[in-house]
Design a protein around this ligand. Structure first.
Ligand SMILES: C[S@@+](CC[C@H](N)C(=O)[O-])C[C@H]1O[C@@H](n2cnc3c(N)ncnc32)[C@H](O)[C@@H]1O
Length: 213
């Protein structure tokens, strides 16, 4: 389900800060060369993430789900000086492409990609974070959320992508598939979680923003 009409999507994009030519090239290369290219955040979501980073001004960001590095580069470009963004992905095949674009964007001192299973890496991280962006496999969202909360400063934010799951979270009268059910349970859990304040932003495929009290 398309959450907004194409005309509105285009209008929103035309009235938001543009992606840089380099990010445009990265997104185009993702669509040309990588399996499941639709997983890349689009330019509006990139612009939203960057704006949130400029508002929160985090010194430490954790991203779960690097893919080709598109969202990492958007967020890292908006970080205050001295900031660091650690980004995790289980797929090492994309590592060369990610490194290429990190270098070309001159963010090699800011972005630290780590390859491996996020469920195993997160407990080993010594940093605490002011922002965690969850954008990996949906089945593990509840686990990522708990791990992220444990690594988040009080007042810090978790942003979880795809929580509207193409609108399927509100489909009624249809058999609910496993991923949709995970996301419905995830949203319901956050809604009653007294450890956070939360708002579900209907941007692209839905961003759940939760602030740790
Ligand atoms: C939706 S894509 C991330 C898109 C990226 N954040 C962006 O906006 O351009 C999801 C990524 O999560 C990764 N992933 C899936 N399971 C994972 C796991 N257990 N640990 C780390 N990464 C995982 C996949 O390899 C994939 O690259």
């Amino acid at each position: 389900m398309q959450l907004l009409s194409v005309a509105i999507e285009n209008y929103v994009q035309e009235h938001s800060t543009l992606e840089t030519p380099l990010l445009n090239e990265l997104r185009r290369e993702t669509y040309l060369k990588v399996l499941m290219p639709h997983m890349v955040s689009g330019p509006v979501q990139g612009s939203v993430l960057a704006m949130l980073v400029r508002m929160i001004r985090p010194q430490r960001i954790l991203e779960i789900g690097t893919f080709t590095g598109y969202s990492a580069i958007w967020m890292a470009s908006a970080m205050p000086s001295g900031g660091k963004l650690i980004t995790l992905d289980i797929n090492e095949e994309l590592s060369e492409m990610v490194q290429k674009y990190i270098h070309r964007s001159e963010l090699q001192d800011v972005i630290e990609p780590k390859i491996g299973n996020a469920l195993e890496i997160i407990p080993t991280l010594e940093e605490t974070f002011e922002l965690v962006f969850i954008d990996a496999d949906k089945a593990n969202y509840p686990h990522y959320y708990e791990l992220a909360l444990g690594k988040l400063r009080s007042g810090g934010f978790i942003i979880a992508d795809n929580v509207l799951w193409h609108g399927k979270v509100v489909d009624s009268g249809k058999k609910v598939d496993a991923k949709t059910q995970v996301l419905k349970d995830f949203n319901a859990f956050i809604q009653q979680d007294s450890r956070v304040e939360n708002v579900l932003l209907p941007i692209r495929d839905g961003l759940m923003v939760a602030q740790k009290k």
